[in-house]
Write a protein that binds this ligand. Structure first.
Ligand code: ADE
Ligand code: ZN
Length: 345
C-alpha cells in the first residue's frame, strides 16, 4: 500500500487505544509549561533540552524521567488539562475511545489530595466527550516498585471512589524483582468488584512474569507481553484463550527493550494467532502517536489493508466498551474497508 493511501486508510479507521498512561500522555507544551512553574522537578523548560531529556538510556532511566514529570502535577487543574489535552490529540487521530491508566498512589504520595485527582478526571472526561467526541475510561494501576502497601492502597482507593468510567485494575513500573504474585489479593478484590485485570507483564522481564499475570492476577489482557514469544507454550496458551496483548512497539524501542520495530516480536505474535492490539504507552515521551504505531507496524510487516483493519478491530473487541458500542465501531471499520479508502492496498 503506498504511503499516502496507507496513512489515509489508518486515519479513516475509528480507533481504540487500550494502553496509554495519563502522565505519559502530557503533551510537550504542557510539560514545558509545568517545568516553568516547577523548576525544582529538574525537568527542562526548554524545548530542545526536553527532547534530550526524553532520550532514554534504559527502562529504569525512563521511569525516573516519568516520575519527574508526574511530580509536577499538583491539583485538579493539572489533571483536567492532561485529560483534555489527551482527548484533543486522540480526536485529531480519529481515536474514539481510550482506556487511560492512572496511578493514584503516586499522585497521593506526591501530595495531591484524592478529591483533586478524581475531580480532574471527572471534569476532563466530560469535556473529552462534549468537545472532542472521545470516550474515556480509566484503569487504576499499582506502581509495583512500591510494593504491597501500594497494592492495598490502590485497591482501597479504586473500590471506595469508583469514579464513572473506571473499568480496569493494573500493575505497572519495573518487573525485575517485583513479582506479580504478591499483588494477588488486591487483584482478587478488584475483580470481585467488577474491575478488569490488566497488568503489565513481559515488558522488561521474561515469560514467567506473563504466566504469573494470568495465573495469579487473572489477567484478561497483557500490558506489552513482549517476551511471550520466548515461550512456545505461552504463545499457544495466549492464542487459545484469546488473551489480547497490548503491544506498544515504539515504547519498547525507546526504552531499549527491542532494537527496532522491524525486530519487534509483534510479527511472531501475529503469526501465532494472538489477539494483537497496537498502543502508544506514553506517546509524547516516546515521540509516538497511535496512527504512527499502525503505520510503522503495517509498513514493517507489509500488511494489507484488511490486516490493518483487523488490528483496529482487535482493539475494539479487546476493549471494555459495552457490546453495542463495540458493534457500532466494528461496523464503521467494515465500512471504511468497503468504501475503498486506501483501495490500492
Ligand atoms: N508507567 C508508565 N509507563 C510505563 C511502562 N511502559 N511500563 C511500566 N510502567 C509504566
Ligand atoms: Zn504501560
Amino acid at each position: 500500500m503506498p504511503g499516502e493511501s496507507l496513512r489515509a486508510f489508518i486515519h479513516a479507521l475509528p480507533k481504540a487505544e487500550l494502553h496509554v498512561h495519563l502522565v505519559g500522555s502530557a503533551g510537550v507544551d504542557t510539560v514545558l509549561a509545568l517545568a516553568r512553574r516547577h523548576p525544582e522537578a529538574g525537568v527542562p523548560a526548554d524545548r530542545a533540552e526536553l527532547e534530550q531529556f526524553f532520550e532514554f538510556r534504559d527502562f529504569d532511566h525512563f521511569l525516573k524521567v516519568y516520575w519527574a514529570v508526574q511530580s509536577m502535577l499538583k491539583d485538579r487543574r493539572d489533571i483536567r488539562a492532561l485529560v483534555i489535552g489527551l482527548a484533543a490529540e486522540l480526536a485529531r487521530q480519529n481515536v474514539r475511545y481510550a482506556e487511560v491508566t492512572v496511578t493514584p498512589y503516586n499522585h497521593l504520595l506526591d501530595g495531591m489530595p484524592g478529591d483533586e485527582l478524581l475531580t480532574g478526571l471527572v471534569e476532563g472526561r466530560a469535556v473529552a466527550r462534549a468537545e472532542h467526541n472521545v470516550e474515556l475510561a480509566w484503569c487504576f494501576d499499582i506502581p509495583g516498585e512500591k510494593g504491597v502497601r501500594a497494592g492495598r492502597e490502590t485497591a482501597v482507593f479504586a473500590l471506595r471512589e469508583r469514579p464513572d468510567g473506571l473499568v480496569g485494575f493494573g500493575l505497572g513500573g519495573p518487573e525485575i524483582g517485583v513479582g506479580r504474585a504478591q499483588f494477588e489479593p488486591f487483584f482478587t478484590a478488584a475483580r470481585e468488584a467488577g474491575l478488569h485485570s490488566v497488568p503489565h507483564a513481559g515488558e522488561t522481564s521474561g515469560p514467567a512474569t506473563i504466566w504469573s499475570a494470568v495465573h495469579d492476577l487473572g489477567a484478561e489482557r497483557i500490558g506489552h507481553g513482549t517476551s511471550c514469544t520466548a515461550d512456545p507454550a505461552l504463545l499457544a496458551w495466549l492464542a487459545e484463550h484469546r488473551i489480547p496483548v497490548e503491544v506498544c512497539p515504539t515504547s519498547n524501542v525507546r526504552t531499549r527493550q527491542v532494537p527496532s520495530i522491524a525486530a519487534h516480536p509483534v510479527r511472531r505474535m501475529l503469526d501465532h494467532g494472538l489477539v494483537v492490539t497496537l498502543n502508544t504507552d506514553d506517546p509524547p515521551m516516546f515521540g509516538a502517536t497511535l496512527e504512527g504505531e499502525y503505520l510503522a507496524v503495517a509498513t514493517s510487516l507489509g500488511l494489507r489493508a484488511a490486516e490493518v483493519a483487523r488490528l483496529a478491530k482487535n482493539a475494539v473487541a479487546a476493549s471494555f466498551l459495552e457490546d453495542a458500542a463495540k458493534a457500532a465501531m466494528a461496523a464503521e471499520i467494515d465500512q471504511v474497508v468497503a468504501s475503498g479508502t486506501g483501495a490500492e492496498a
